[in-house]
Design a binder for this molecule. Structure first.
Ligand SMILES: Nc1ncnc2c1ncn2[C@@H]1O[C@H](COP(=O)(O)OP(=O)(O)OP(=O)(O)O)[C@@H](O)[C@H]1O
Ligand SMILES: [Mg+2]
Length: 164
């Protein structure tokens, strides 16, 4: 896969990092993916960045709902895809920013999202199509989550924690 080094403001590209596999699960329904999201929420202490990567319909938004609900930021039913708005903010017991970078194609568009400012907040930032940020050196803990179709109703979900 071709990877582009995106930059947002003074957020710098990085090279060295260590990673730890936290989960490698197959879920068999959207409900199981929601439950995994709620479980993952217990591992997250803001500020942190959660990058979701996987093809269309792989369950990124479903997982984001579970994470946001698990953090107490919003009810699952209130969380929907930010494909058009690019960023949704949920501020309940905890604050969550939910981004969808599907339509973001240039470093300039990425910079316009104000990611740098979001990273200074006591918030969890969940990013669909998160590979577009893989080269961003964010000064917060980062989780990379890879989702894959495994047949109808099944998704393989791998969760890695990355420390730069
Ligand atoms: N095990 C599963 N986990 C999650 N979603 C599942 C599962 N099985 C079936 N689905 C279905 O797959 C779809 C996942 O949609 P979702 O919007 O979460 O994907 P997405 O990765 O966010 O897509 P997009 O790239 O368009 O943003 C939903 O229709 C959901 O009902
Ligand atoms: Mg989505």
């Amino acid at each position: 896969m071709k990877q582009t080094a995106y930059r947002a403001g003074s957020v710098q590209a990085t090279r060295s990092s260590s990673r730890r596999r936290l989960h490698d699960r197959v879920t068999h329904s959207p409900d199981e993916t929601l439950a995994l999201g709620r479980e993952l929420a217990t591992l997250l202490s803001p500020p942190c960045l959660v990058l979701l990567e996987g093809e269309l319909g792989s369950g990124k938004t479903v997982l984001a709902k579970g994470i946001a609900a698990g953090l107490g930021a919003a009810a699952e039913s209130e969380v929907n895809s930010p494909t058009f708005a690019l960023v949704h903010e949920y501020a309940g017991r905890r604050r969550v920013y939910h981004l969808d970078l599907y339509r973001v194609e240039s470093a300039r568009e990425l910079a316009s999202l104000g990611l740098e400012e979001l990273l200074t907040q006591d918030a969890t930032i969940i990013v669909e199509w998160g590979a577009k940020l893989l080269h961003v050196d964010a000064p917060v803990p980062r989780f990379e989550i890879y989702l894959e179709h495994r047949g109808e109703g099944e998704r393989r979900i791998r969760v890695e924690e990355v420390a730069d």
